[in-house]
Design a protein around this ligand. Structure first.
Ligand code: SDX
Length: 392
């Protein structure tokens, strides 16, 4: 009895958490948000519409969508004094450190609306977080390069507004290729939720104590940062740059198999998917399309493709069912969009905020939800008596 909900979903394994938000079948490579296959959402939906779906359980009609979009648009600003927060960081602070601290500090700005038992307060927190993450993320970037912050422009849609806050300079209008916003919107859809991954489980565990939504999401951001999780997209780019050329791929695969070498193929493997990560398939196709449409010829794409080909026919990877995951190709697209490597996991966090807050709310709305209290298997010393220091 760990205080977690335990039930047998009927196929022999037991799950520790019950949720109606996302379904994954790791063997079949299936991913669905509220019953909709990720392939259909990727092709036909938008990130804001997917955020509505994750939060409300249904796709919105026109009235619901425009009301939701309007609410988000009118909560994108940071509190003006929040901008001072950044002055405490050295300019080369990692954006994920600034993001986690900034999101946690939202608790200080919105403490009046923090009654986690009030559904209206929970809904407002969801809107605020989804709306402000791009503004805070862009501020982290602008601060790190010494550029002035840009205010969110309400006449722009969600992703374009973010790109403007990231890249617009006062001295000239921003020329944005339409490919950029579409590609980023699709990446946000693919990263929006993923069942009980490490960062979502962190949000649920922190939220189960009654902690406010901003503190809970900040905990998720720090969990996501790890290179085994969301930090992998940044690690993939560094790995591809280290490999440098398709000619070095065989050596990289050899190193990844050598237990004495802690070189891992970042962007490969997954705890749940023992088949292709369906998101990786979509992102791989998109990678070729985006680079072609933007006229970008990135040699790292050749390295990635050669690495994927070599690994997928190598017994070590085949036996362990290690396939490319969501992080393997996404960094190449972010790079083509002009997003710096250390901002890649921040992109992941912007998108995953929709899933995190949907899970945080679902847990509050689930009758009988209790504080999470994982137990352990004790493997330490048996009982013994204290000995004074002169007898040790
Ligand atoms: C994400 O959970 C989610 O849903 C996460 C996520 C989401 O949307 O929230 O999908 C996002 O985090 C994707 C994963 C991104 N991380 C990486 O790409 C980092 C590289 N991958 C690995 O660190 C690893 O594959 C994990 C962390 C993803 C999964 O780890 P597991 O399930 O604990 O697997 P494991 O470490 O037990 O590995 C099993 C075997 C081991 O070899 P043996 O002990 O059997 O000899 O496979 C080997 C591992 O050494 N292995 C790898 C490898 N991944 C696993 N060997 C080389 N390169 C790799 N990438």
């Amino acid at each position: 009895d760990t205080g977690h909900f335990t039930y047998d979903p009927g196929f022999g394994s037991t799950a520790s958490t019950k949720s109606a938000i996302t379904y994954i079948d790791g063997d079949q490579g299936v991913l669905m948000y509220r019953g909709y296959p990720i392939e259909q959402l990727a092709e036909k939906s938008s990130f804001v519409e997917v955020a509505y779906l994750l939060l409300h359980g249904e796709l919105p009609n026109k009235t619901q969508f425009s009301a939701f979009e309007n609410e988000i648009t009118h909560h994108t600003m940071m509190h003006e004094s929040h901008k001072n927060f950044f002055q405490g960081f050295h300019h080369d602070a990692h954006p994920m450190a600034m993001l986690a601290a900034s999101v946690a500090s939202l608790s200080a700005f919105y403490h009046d609306d923090l009654n986690v038992d009030n559904p209206e307060d929970r809904k407002l927190a969801a809107i605020r977080l989804i709306a402000k993450m791009p503004t805070i993320a862009a501020a982290c970037y602008r601060y790190s390069i010494g550029w002035p912050f840009r205010y969110p422009r309400n006449n722009l849609e969600y992703v374009t507004r973010f790109l403007h806050m990231m890249f617009e300079v006062p001295s000239e209008p921003l020329e944005l290729s339409p490919v950029c916003a579409k590609a980023l919107d699709l990446l946000f859809i693919l990263h929006a939720d993923h069942e009980q991954n490490a960062s979502t489980s962190t949000v649920r565990l922190v939220g189960s104590t009654g902690a406010n939504p901003y503190a809970s999401i900040a905990a998720g951001i720090t969990a996501l940062w790890g290179p085994a999780h969301g930090g992998a997209n940044e690690a993939v780019l560094k790995m591809l740059e280290e490999i440098g050329s398709p000619d070095n791929v065989e050596t990289a695969v050899k190193r990844a198999k050598d237990k004495n070498d802690n070189f891992r193929l970042m962007g490969f493997g997954h705890r749940v998917y023992k088949n292709f990560d369906p998101r990786a398939k979509i992102i791989r196709e998109m990678c070729h399309k985006v680079l072609a449409e933007m006229g970008v010829n990135d040699p790292l794409l050749d390295v990635a493709m050669k690495l994927e080909e070599a690994a997928l026919k190598d017994d070590y990877f085949v036996e362990r069912k290690l396939y490319p995951n969501v992080d393997f190709y996404s960094g190449i697209i972010y790079k083509a969009l002009g997003i710096p490597t250390e901002m890649f996991t921040v992109m992941f966090a912007i998108a995953r905020t929709a899933g995190w807050i949907a899970h945080w709310i679902e847990q509050h709305e689930t009758p009988g939800s209790r504080i999470g209290r994982p137990r352990q298997l004790y493997v330490g010393a048996a009982q013994r008596d204290y000995a004074s220091i002169d007898k040790r």
